[in-house]
Design a protein around this ligand. Structure first.
Ligand SMILES: [Zn+2]
Length: 325
């Protein structure tokens, strides 16, 4: 098989990143532009095309050598029609045709997916999920994204909405979630929930090194700071990760009982906390998952970091060309 180059695009509310990738997942060139999210769809589509062209130039290949393009987009994506139905980060993205103008500009077919689903495909193809028959990934950030890969294919449900594992309810009388319901995993384990958990302990008068780390303003605490403080032995941060790990463990146990996967991958800034987060997750899973399902499942941190988006988009493009991953 001749070498096939594809472009993976990771569209975010701040930046659009594009990378030229070969079929082994090697990034040959990349570029980043401002996504200009509030300036309308035409401007953002122009920025995407600019990023793709700059990545192609950086990789020192010609545009004609790009066989396909994949895109990860935050929001509700209808790949079959090339539409983005809704995207929270972009002004007036309601039923926008994204695929056709980009395909026309670069002269290659374009496939699209929800950014969390696409990142999961990236981990499956080139990262911690390699070789899994059934892989689920949770990405912990502002919200909780998720992806489900079964027998090498991303499963997005009948109307391309699934999976929304961040909105499965694990504490029926829990805090209100961004979706309007109560006690979803996201309401307990998203970025702000983790930071609030640490801040509440500090407000009870307990000492924590997060006070210094945040410049004496706990509003500026980040999950990465909590991970760092916990590694340094800060008790408030350790307990924050313990409690977060407990809720994640309940979520992961449910996921294991429903899907019987061989890998559950957890990504996002807080996953950098390592065993301080994964130990409570694994302990909770051991108590709550069904024995036979538990025996075959590994729970692992994501391996690709910020590259999961562009590599997953490239994997989507490779799949559209019939390459099996
Ligand atoms: Zn929810």
């Amino acid at each position: 098989m001749s070498t096939q180059y594809v472009v993976g695009v990771d569209l975010g509310g701040t930046n659009v990143r594009a990378a030229v990738v070969d079929s082994s997942g090697k990034i040959l060139g990349e570029a980043r532009t401002d996504s200009k999210a509030m300036e309308g769809a035409d401007v953002t589509l122009g920025q995407i095309i600019k990023a793709i062209r700059a990545a192609v130039a950086d990789a020192r290949v010609s545009e004609g050598e790009i066989a396909a393009c994949g895109m990860g987009i935050p929001g509700t994506v209808k790949n079959a029609e090339g539409l983005v139905l809704w995207s929270p980060n972009f002004k007036d993205w309601n039923g926008i045709q994204v695929r056709d103008p980009i395909a026309k500009a670069i002269g290659a077919p374009v496939s699209m997916g929800n950014d969390a689903n696409v990142a999961a495909l990236g981990e499956y193809a080139f990262g911690a999920g390699k070789g899994a028959r059934c892989m689920i990934m949770l990405t912990l950030g502002t919200g909780i994204g998720s992806g489900l890969i079964i027998e090498g294919k991303s499963w997005n449900g009948v109307s391309e909405v699934a999976p929304e594992m961040g909105h499965h309810i694990i504490l029926a009388d829990g805090p209100r979630c961004s979706c309007g319901r109560y006690g979803c995993v996201e309401s307990l384990c998203r970025r702000d929930a983790i930071v609030d958990r640490a801040a509440r302990k500090a407000h009870q008068g307990r000492y924590t090194s997060l006070i210094e780390k945040s410049g004496h303003d706990l509003r500026y605490v980040t999950p990465a700071m909590i991970a760092e403080a916990a590694r340094e032995g800060d008790q408030v941060s350790i307990e924050t990760l313990e409690e977060t790990g407990y809720y994640l463990g309940i979520a992961v146990a449910n996921i294991i009982n429903i899907f019987n996967p061989d890998k559950v991958i957890i990504g996002g800034g807080i996953a950098q906390a390592g065993d301080l987060l994964f130990d409570p997750i694994r302990r909770t899973v051991e108590v709550n998952a069904l024995y036979e399902a538990l025996q075959v499942c590994e729970i692992l941190p994501a391996a690709l970091g910020d590259d999961a988006g562009v590599l997953g988009a490239a994997a989507l493009a490779l799949q559209s060309l019939g390459v099996s991953l």
